[in-house]
Design a protein around this ligand. Structure first.
Ligand code: C5P
Length: 303
């Protein structure tokens, strides 16, 4: 085998509840992830020496291609942990917005883990890959698992949810991304933890039930993102986009740490119509159509 092509999905958080920082600076989360059918592809080709190299096409051509890139870190992690003697040339075709709150970097790490697992005949299970993924970033395990899941810890402790109906989404992405640590720092400075005992931090139980019951009205009512307010402080324009998007579909929400805004629509054709209207209303934004829940990271082609 010389080359393996693998793909991994973007995610949206239908709910993102954030607690006070602990766990070595990380914030405990109670979140519901949904994988969307916007995939990054990673082609992993074996090389004769031990080098790990990366090239990127599509979005993200300005991203670093050394170990600052999660895809390179993922390949190096497997190579070191399992004493793999050979290297790999990675080629990413990027479709997930960069620094958009949709786990684009994590998806690249997830696809790289899955591709190199196959290329190097490591035979690691999905659970083992998810455990390794958690060492790279909080969202990597979900990008491997895909579909619909409840996440706790820093987002890496996952419980799959039963999938009901398909969800049709309209995704509004900004040219300028947003730094996740910066949004979490702003969250800390806005919160008054003294007045909010930990036991009162709300969970996502009702939303999980609404999803499993395919009750889209209730899903819309229960969607929530605790990082919206801090993200608005860093980027006031997100509030305007979210307010305008709220006029459409069942409910609009900021995805993850932003700045991407996601609109949940009633069905496929309504979402198509909303996408058309929003792209006319916001010519400076990129408007995408997506459906979920989508598959987790998987091998596409081996040759
Ligand atoms: O895990 P990941 O690399 O995606 O996290 C990026 C940064 O986001 C972390 O270094 C941390 O500053 C912040 N973060 C956090 N709490 C989480 C997840 C991320 O504070 N649960």
């Amino acid at each position: 085998m010389r080359s393996v092509l693998a793909s991994a999905p973007a995610k949206v958080n239908l709910a993102l509840r954030v607690g006070p920082p602990r766990l070595a600076g990380f914030h405990p989360l109670d979140t519901v992830f949904e994988a969307l059918d916007i995939f990054d592809d990673v082609e992993a080709t074996s090389v004769s020496d031990s080098s790990v190299t990366l090239s990127i096409s599509g979005l993200g051509e300005d991203l670093p291609v050394d170990s600052r890139n999660l895809a390179v870190s993922a390949a190096l992690l497997l190579q070191e942990r399992f004493a793999v003697p050979t290297g790999v040339a990675l080629r990413i075709t990027k479709r997930i917005p960069v620094a958009g709150g949709m786990a684009g970097g994590s998806a690249d790490a997830a696809a790289t883990l899955v591709a190199c697992n196959k290329l190097w005949n490591l035979d690691l299970s999905t659970d083992q890959l998810m455990e390794l993924g958690a060492e790279l970033g909080s969202d990597v395990p979900f990008c491997i698992l895909g579909s619909l899941a409840h996440g706790t810890g820093r987002g890496e402790v996952l419980r799959p949810l039963k999938v009901g109906v398909m969800h049709s989404w309209v995704i509004l992405t900004q040219r300028q991304g947003l730094s996740t640590p910066e949004v979490f720092r702003e969250f800390d400075s806005l919160m008054d933890y003294v007045r909010i005992p930990e036991t009162l931090v709300p969970d996502t139980q009702d939303l999980q039930e609404a999803l499993e019951d395919s009750d889209l009205e209730a899903v819309g009512r229960l969607m929530v993102n605790d990082l919206e307010q801090p993200a608005f402080v860093v980027r006031p324009d997100i509030r305007e986009v979210l307010r305008a998007a709220q006029e459409y579909g069942i409910r609009a929400i900021m995805s993850g740490s932003g700045p991407t805004v996601a609109v949940l629509a009633d069905d496929f054709s309504t979402a198509d119509a909303i996408a058309g209207k929003l792209s006319r209303q916001f010519p400076e934004l990129t408007v995408l159509r997506a459906n979920g829940p989508a598959a987790g990271a998987h091998v596409q082609v081996v040759r």
